[in-house]
Design a protein around this ligand. Structure first.
Ligand SMILES: Cc1cc2nc3c(=O)[nH]c(=O)nc-3n(C[C@H](O)[C@H](O)[C@H](O)COP(=O)(O)OP(=O)(O)OC[C@H]3O[C@@H](n4cnc5c(N)ncnc54)[C@H](O)[C@@H]3O)c2cc1C
Length: 326
């Protein structure tokens, strides 16, 4: 059994949940293990209903008023009981603020190792090898899990393409009664949502990223204009953020966000390794750079070697004209 700890909000699974299910479905194909999604919270029927249409075997709801607010304590207590009863092979949570909060505590409680921030996996014989990135994503580390299951892992956002989740399922939904002794004494005191459509780049399908080639903050408007014309989100390389042209949450790369959109347009970005590790799994990469030797062209599927200040307004006009139907 492979367990996926679903993340949800307002009665709907968050995009990271599909990414975790893709990871689980792929591991499942290699190891022949069924996939179960675990939904913790209060009034989780709608989330469970949504998830059961994925190609998975089961959805387990742990519905309890004490789980209405996320807390690592109640999550660990609830999951500890479930794992003891069900004995899964692998448990995958998101490498998100929630996942990397409760997963290490759960690992300590179970006395099992946790592979944090996995980006890939392999099967060697009947052994599971999980890959995670280390040293600011300069190196990949492959870790063989040993000893008794369950093995615990958090998966990096953007590492598994959520839109490849297999659907067409009609999974059984079951309830599990967790033995909770009341709400956690630890409370979430405030929750601030990131600005919509911009900051949560990990699930954006189209990203237009600008780099130092933009030369100054005001010039970033050409990036926003192109993003607007094709319904994309805006990202940036680190120098852009260091120069305070854009806030930190726009940064993509080893010390920023990892993204895997369907389309990534890199504008005036040279393609340093620290940037590439954050976007190189994008489905289609387009690079616009006036230097034909820029390393970004090594990972790009399409390239335009020219001045971005000529190319971007022209592209934006084409997309706007197409939208207007002319
Ligand atoms: C520990 C560490 C962590 C880091 N983390 C990150 C990270 O998370 N993300 C990240 O991005 N970087 C990160 N970096 C920085 C990284 O090494 C690079 O310095 C950075 O990615 C370069 O950004 P850039 O491509 O925008 O700028 P540059 O390397 O300066 O490239 C600018 C590009 O714009 C092109 N250009 C200039 N003018 C035009 C024009 N008019 N038209 C078209 N093209 C033009 C140039 O040819 C050039 O290729 C990190 C570095 C370290 C040491």
């Amino acid at each position: 059994m492979i367990f996926v700890i679903a993340e949800h909000n307002n009665g709907r699974p968050k995009p990271i949940t599909n990414e975790l299910l893709v990871a689980a479905q792929r591991v499942s194909r290699e190891f022949g293990q069924p996939v179960t999604a675990i939904v913790l919270g209060e009034n989780t029927a709608a989330v469970a209903d949504d998830l059961k249409s994925r190609k998975i075997d089961r959805v387990i709801r742990i519905d309890d008023p004490n789980l209405a607010q996320y807390s690592p304590d109640t999550y660990v207590t609830a999951l500890n009981g479930l794992l003891a009863d069900e004995k899964p092979f692998l448990v995958i949570a998101g490498h998100t603020t929630q996942g990397y909060d409760f997963a290490p505590r759960l690992a300590v409680k179970l006395r099992r190792p946790l592979i944090a921030g996995m980006v890939d996996f392999e099967k060697h014989g009947d052994r599971l090898i999980l890959t995670r990135q280390i040293f600011n994503a300069k190196m990949n580390m492959k870790t063989a899990v040993r000893g008794e299951a369950p093995y615990l892992a958090t998966a990096s956002p953007g590492a598994f393409p959520g839109d490849e989740v297999e659907g067409g399922g009609n999974a059984e939904v079951v309830s599990y009664a967790a033995q909770l002794e009341g709400p956690s004494t630890r409370k979430v005191v405030d929750r601030a949502e990131a600005q919509k459509g911009q900051a949560d780049l990990s699930s954006a399908p189209i990203i237009i990223s600008g780099g130092r080639g933009l030369k100054q903050k005001e010039n970033f408007q050409v990036i926003f204009d192109l993003a607007q014309s094709i319904g994309g989100s805006v990202g940036a390389s680190r120098p852009v953020v260091d120069a305070e042209w854009l806030p930190r949450e726009y940064q993509i790369g080893s010390s920023g966000q990892t993204v895997s959109p369907r389309l990534y347009i890199a504008v005036g970005i040279s393609g340093a390794i620290q940037h590439l590790v954050g976007m190189q799994t994008s489905r289609c990469i387009v690079a616009i750079n006036k230097d034909a030797e820029a390393p970004i062209f090594k990972v790009a599927h399409y390239g335009i070697v020219d001045d971005l200040f000529k190319v971007l307004p022209a592209l934006t006009k084409i997309f706007n004209d197409l939208k207007a139907g002319s």
